[in-house]
Design a binder for this molecule. Structure first.
Ligand code: HSE
Length: 298
């Protein structure tokens, strides 16, 4: 018995929701194939498209599966995995999360849906712990559950799937420069000012309300990050130019995708999303930095 899974790319943070909000792209992601094996444990048999370790304990998909099998509690179970990477590691659109999430989602099908999607999230978080040192859930949760997700609490873990407006699109530009998540986290301040916190949680609440009301203008007003973005913006070429001119081109707003270097913009409708892509191209083409652009429904 084998299963093929699509493991979507994701945008974490979504401006105001550092470490708590994420969204999944509809058509961009990795492919994985899993089967039950004869040998107990986890075997990664092949990885195409990226130079990543095959050893389960060193691989984000491997550690997620090991955590899952431990909880499953039947020591004779063996899982074999083939990973076809389409999302470049270090892109800021949840490459490691896609592998970890796809692995546990696929294995769960092989195990007869023993776990609920919510129960799979902590296993996939072990992949993030291996990848960047912090088991954040804002990429793995949307990769497993789809659409928008919110982490209300990490301890205990409480993940909520949110409503996605029917005509919401995302455009992502991935400049081909390396930003390590651990570095992008290392430069953050550990304390925030109360006035910034007030502005940020106002935006988070309003973003969630905007999603449920399908109120695109409210979503637009809420796409603001006064805590993390001002520190990380320096890591991304032409960041403020992108933000300003993409809004002029029809975007509702956006920000850094996860820890960067990708930048995302949300738009109402495909036409706006494509106009935003054209604007991104116009800004980046003269910079001499290679880049990839993705347009996707959420
Ligand atoms: N929330 C995480 C961060 C996502 O911004 O560091 C990393 O992909």
């Amino acid at each position: 018995k084998s299963v093929k899974v699509f493991a979507p790319a994701t945008v974490a943070n979504v401006a105001c929701g550092f470490d708590i909000i994420g969204l999944a792209l509809d058509g961009v992601g990795d492919e994985m194939e899993l089967r039950l094996g004869d040998t107990p444990g986890v075997r990664i048999t092949a990885i195409e498209g990226a130079d990543l370790p095959l050893e389960a304990a060193q691989n984000v998909a491997g550690v997620a599966l090991l955590a899952m099998l431990q909880e499953y509690g039947q020591p004779e179970t063996g899982i074999e995995v083939v990973i076809r990477k389409r999302i470049q590691p270090g892109s800021g659109i949840g490459s490691s999360a896609a592998s970890a999430a796809g692995a546990v989602a696929g294995a769960n099908i092989l195990l007869g849906n023993h776990f609920s999607p919510e129960e799979l999230v902590p296993f996939a978080m072990e992949g993030e712990r291996l990848a960047c040192g912090t088991p954040h859930a804002d990429n793995v949760a949307p990769a497993i559950m789809g659409g928008f997700t919110l982490v209300r609490s990490y301890q205990p873990l409480d993940v909520i799937r949110l409503h996605t407006p029917a005509d919401l699109w995302v455009t992502v530009i991935h400049p081909q420069i390396e930003v390590k998540t651990s570095d992008a986290r290392g430069i953050l301040k550990q304390q925030v000012l109360l006035k910034d916190a007030i502005r940020q949680w106002g935006n988070v609440g309003a973003l969630v309300a905007g999603l449920y009301r399908e109120d695109y203008q409210l979503i637009s007003r809420s796409l603001e990050d006064v805590i993390v973005e001002p520190i990380r913006a320096i890591l991304i070429p032409a960041f403020y130019d992108l933000k300003l001119r993409c809004r002029e081109a029809g975007a509702l707003g956006g920000g850094i995708s996860g820890s960067g270097p990708s930048v995302f913009m949300l738009s109402k409708g495909e036409e706006n999303a494509r106009n935003v892509a054209a604007m991104m191209e116009q800004i980046y083409a003269p910079l001499g930095v290679d880049y990839k652009i993705y347009v996707s429904r959420i």
